[in-house]
Design a protein around this ligand. Structure first.
Ligand code: PLP
Length: 395
């Protein structure tokens, strides 16, 4: 039987493909070190777990308001006020969603018409392009500046056409670990303001930053077309709970409400109860961020010591994205070879866009022991390739 053409527009998510291959090797008895997954290895904070158990016991097991529990939306607004100094109306400007993924889909579905273009950074989170294509939109990539992966505002402006409906950015960025400063966010909204287009910023790694409390938010610009997405997966180690939220103008949120009512009804009631408690778990979250910071410096340092790799210390998220082009420009082949020979799973940079070619993404959401073992294996493999009898490049 025939599948839809629409479903064929969606390419596989490379990170999950690498994971599946690594798991198949494990089933065959290999011991693989996982540095591919962007998922905290920590447990969800105890109070959030307790709250979820209590919610089940007390019968909070029914549909909630489609926008999410009023108490949770209130807690999110309070949190945003504390961290970003912004006043968001929890009744009209916040929607709780099934992860940032669910929020992205609803937000894009609310603002895109067929043929509309959405400007994305290259490299960026690979799923964005698929959301846009699935909605009959057209992704338009803006290459980031090769040195340091910064966003060049002139290039961004050049990428805008009369068909542009939105810009979608990720800050801090997966895979680069770079973030947009407030003045860059302002410069972006100056350009988009002239054209009346939306600026969506996926801020899921906003609190996983290492030189401040939170990365600057698009909400701080006060831009009326700003759509900010954040969630509980990363900071609170709650990937499996599937909970996120967006803050945007009342009109967008009203459209999201209609879509959510129809497509998903509401996010999980139990996860929402847990999320209210999670927002109080500042101490636990800070401890995780401190540990990520330790790993970040460890991984950057180790990779820097490996011949030929160029490493920029990330400012946020939990990825290091070294330039490995001195070893190979073909990141797919290099990642495959590392998996097959060194039994270390990493993600090829090409999966994040053309500009990601010549890079590999190492996730440090893994224990320091796993990181040490994985990096030992990578170092050994690279050294072996460059000192073998033929001294030919490995790929
Ligand atoms: N956005 C980015 C940039 C991500 O890296 C990820 C997951 O890795 C997601 C969204 C998915 O978030 P969620 O678990 O909230 O759906």
């Amino acid at each position: 039987m025939k599948l839809s053409q629409r479903s064929g527009l969606v390419a596989p998510f490379e990170v999950m493909e690498v994971l599946a291959k690594a798991q198949a090797m494990e089933r065959a008895g290999e011991r693989v070190v996982h540095l591919e997954i962007g998922e905290p290895d920590f447990e969800t904070p105890g109070p959030a777990v307790e709250e979820a158990v209590k919610a089940i016991r007390e019968g909070h097991t029914r549909y909630t308001d489609s926008m999410g529990l009023a108490e949770l939306r209130g807690a999110i607004a309070t949190n945003l006020r504390g961290l970003c100094g912004v006043d968001i109306d929890p009744g009209a400007e916040i929607a709780v969603t099934s992860g940032v993924s669910g929020g992205l889909f609803l937000a894009l579905a609310s603002v895109l018409d067929p043929g509309d273009e959405v400007v994305l950074a290259d490299p960026t989170y690979p799923c964005y392009q698929n959301f846009i294509r699935f909605l009959d939109g057209a992704p338009r990539m803006v290459p980031l500046v090769e040195e340091g992966f910064g966003l060049d505002i002139d290039r961004l402006q050049e990428a805008l056409t009369p068909k542009s409906r939105a810009i979608l950015l990720n800050s801090p960025s997966n895979p680069t670990g770079m973030l947009l400063e407030k003045k860059e966010l302002r410069a972006i909204t100056e350009i988009t303001g002239e054209r009346g287009i939306y600026v969506l910023v996926d801020e899921i790694y906003s609190s996983l930053v290492y030189d401040r409390k939170r990365a600057p938010s698009i909400l701080e610009t006060g831009y009326e077309g700003a759509i900010m997405l954040d969630g509980f997966s990363k900071l609170y180690a709650m990937t499996g709970w599937r909970l996120g939220y967006m803050a945007a103008g009342a009109e967008v949120i009203e459209a999201v409400r209609r879509l959510q009512q129809n497509f998903y009804i509401c996010p999980s009631s139990i996860a929402q109860k847990a999320a209210i408690a999670a927002l109080q778990c500042r101490r636990e979250a800070e401890a995780m961020v401190r540990e990520f910071d330790r790993r970040r410096r460890f991984v950057a340092e180790r990779l820097r010591g490996m011949g030929g790799l160029r490493v920029r210390e990330p400012l946020g998220a939990y990825y290091v994205f070294p330039d490995v082009s001195a070893i190979s420009r073909d990141s797919f082949a290099l990642a495959s070879r590392l998996l097959e020979e060194a039994k270390v799973a990493v993600v090829p940079g090409r999966a994040f866009g053309e500009m990601g070619e010549g890079h590999l993404r190492f996730s440090y959401a893994a224990s320091i022991e796993a990181l040490e073992e994985g990096l030992d294996r990578v170092e050994k493999a690279i050294a072996g390739w460059s000192s073998g009898p033929s001294r030919t490049p490995p790929l």
